[in-house]
Design a protein around this ligand. Structure first.
Ligand code: PHE
Length: 341
């Protein structure tokens, strides 16, 4: 029995020293010290021993048990120390290395201009509203008094989604006039900035996607005088006090009368230069009194209510403000360009 214990001692210590993870150590513990383990098997044979031998063997067995337990504990400690060492090595961080500077971006210059416009209109009690870029032809055209057959409904000008020309990418923000009149309580004072789409080839002044800002007021007793006064004020806030404006007659199907608003060239004072292309004037927006047919189509009585609306190109405004000469620069998102603003 003594020899068996000695053999177990040698075999178990050797195995424990060779174990290289916690799981195999646990397996060894079960193998040697468990209920069905090898030491237990040896102890079962104690019955065969004489009364004098039994306590001696019992003591030897206890001693062996604690030797094996100690060996396992020690090996476990070694293994976890080694693991910690490895982990620390893997996760070394050289805190003396210079850090990478985070590159802070900023708002796109055109959106700075939009924010400025929003502030001006919010200050005058307008609300800012948003609407769909994928639009029904009904809203983009028909309800705006642009009938079937009108040249702006051509497939060569408009991005349609369906063969029946029913769904399209809005070509203007004016459908927001209809959405507002159909869904909002009167009186209405809104601006609606957003993307619009037209089948234009890209060049220095054209892009198939650009931005407009729609504006509209509907109330009792609103006249062309309100339109002119409000837009003159807006122009002065954008271009500076004393900026000279000119309301030029124009035609839009959804306003009557209609006009375009020009400002006198702030660079040459109206003499004609490269900024105004020799004209002396710079076109800023289209506007007019909301057509009675459009009001009535939205369930608003044109004998009681009237209103005015305008539509303004945002890119053109930003280009003027920041002296940008090529529209493409606004969309290319070249950081070397954008960083300047
Ligand atoms: N939607 C017109 C355009 O795209 C602009 C406009 C808006 C004109 C509102 C009158 C009133 O040219």
């Amino acid at each position: 029995m003594k020899e068996m214990m000695q053999a177990l001692r040698e075999a178990s210590i050797k195995a424990i020293l060779n174990a290289d993870d916690a799981e195999s150590l646990e397996n060894l513990r079960v193998k040697y010290l468990g209920k069905k383990g090898e030491l237990t098997a040896i102890l079962r044979q104690m019955g065969k021993l004489s009364a004098e031998e039994r306590p001696v063997m019992g003591q030897l067995a206890n001693q062996l048990r604690s030797e094996i337990e100690n060996a396992i504990d020690q090996r476990r400690n070694e293994l976890s120390a080694a693991m910690l060492e490895k982990k620390l090595e893997r996760e070394t961080l050289d805190v003396t290395l210079p850090g990478e500077k985070p590159h802070m971006g900023h708002k796109h210059p055109m959106y700075n201009v939009l924010d400025q416009i929003k502030d001006i209109f919010i200050g005058m009690g307008f609300e800012i509203v948003d609407g769909p870029e994928v639009e029904l032809a009904d809203y983009n055209f028909t309800k705006l008094n642009i009938d079937e057959g009108h040249p702006s409904r051509e497939w060569t000008d408009t991005f349609y989604f369906t063969e029946d020309s029913r769904i399209l990418l809005r070509t203007q923000t004016s459908p927001m006039q209809i959405h507002a009149m159909e869904t909002r309580e009167l009186p209405i004072r809104i601006i609606a900035p957003g993307r619009v789409y037209r089948k234009d080839e890209v060049d220095a002044t054209h892009s198939p996607m650009f931005h407009q800002i729609e504006g509209m007021v509907i109330d009792k007793g609103v006249t062309m005088a309100d339109l002119k006064a409000t837009l003159n004020l807006v122009v002065e806030k954008i271009y500076g006090k004393g900026t000279v404006t000119r309301f030029r007659p124009h035609h839009f199907p959804f306003t009557e009368p209609s006009c375009e608003l020009d400002i006198q060239c702030h660079k040459c004072g109206g003499k004609g230069c490269s900024t105004c292309k020799g004209e002396g004037w710079i076109e800023v927006l289209g506007a007019g009194m909301v057509h009675p047919k459009v009001l009535a189509g939205c369930g608003i009585d044109p004998d009681v209510y009237s209103g005015w609306a305008f539509g303004m190109g945002l890119e053109r405004l930003a280009m003027g403000e920041y002296k940008i000469t090529d529209l493409r620069l606004i969309f290319e998102n070249d950081v070397r360009f954008l960083e300047q603003f």
